[in-house]
Design a protein around this ligand. Sequence first.
Ligand code: NDP
Length: 330
Amino acid sequence: MFNALVVEKDEESGKTSAAVKQITVDDLPHGEVLVAVEYSTVNYKDGLCVGPGGGLVRNYPHVPGIDFAGIVEESSDDRYKPGDKVVLTGWRVGEAHWGGYAQKARVKADWLVPLPDGLDSRQAMAVGTAGFTAMLAVMALEDHGLKPGHGPVLVTGAAGGVGSVATAILANLGHEVAAVTGRPDQEDYLRSLGATQIVARDELTEVTKKPLEAEQWSGCVDAVAGAMLGRVLKQMKYGTSVAAIGLAGGPAIEGALITPFILRGVNLLGIDSVMQPYENRTRAWDRIARDLPMDKLEAMVQPACLGDLPELGRDILKGQVKGRVVVDVN
Ligand code: NDP
């Protein structure tokens, strides 16, 4: 028997409830690799899946947790053997397949990535899907020409998980970072991660009809979308790129016009972490181990345990989680 956060659905009322329960290995879904989970974390999707599911969960009872890091216990796949340290993000684990909010998880070998040298499992989950996706965004901006010295890079939703890691990585790579936040009390935190300019969220949430604004940003990691992305696109310097990760401010790009794309050659790069090919996953984890300063990562961490998850799930849906939650499932 081991502990898991199990979400159950009452068929009559349709309501879901989450509680820590004891389950067995036989309860776990099929897969080639059994992992002794050490740490997981809390993402926006986890908030949905710990709660009513938001359309992501197919079947109940369900064990959420869209990412985890741990040690291989059993494997029928040649790529992994007992004792290997692994990390998992994406592939709809924690949504369609049982996830990391348990002391053990059984998954497909294809979904795992070996933990890179220089990162332990706690650090890997301090990074988590949010930080991994932030790294994918930085790599996409670099692949499209971003270099230090080109001017400030904007990070939206900066005090959140994606934004915190993006800020720390970009600053460490030598970029000037302008951090957008709706929480003025987080200014010291953002400066400690390396932001040199703080932009108040209110400055970017008004939808305007202007076709273009003054050129300000040499790149942008955007976790917010909504009206903010519509405004940011009009403020990008000629030939630069925005990496679009999230929708914390709404699913549309409000007030967006074609002008930044056709008059300034601005690129909008879509970033998906769920279906990333293996080669790009290992490339991103290696870059994280190299380019994310571990002392900055530690400053983002808020520790938690399985029993804290129902409340943390509600908090992240309200945009009230700071930095990165690390869940010790044991
Ligand atoms: P967090 O909740 O940790 O951070 C989101 C941040 O966005 C908040 O902290 C807040 O930052 C800001 N924010 C929240 N609400 C609003 C609003 N209404 N208007 C403007 N800003 C707002 O979430 P994550 O960082 O983990 O994830 C961010 C987004 O990225 C989510 O939409 C998530 O689903 C998505 N995502 C996508 C992935 C992909 O594969 N593409 C992978 C991982 C995440 P502040 O307080 O500083 O203003």
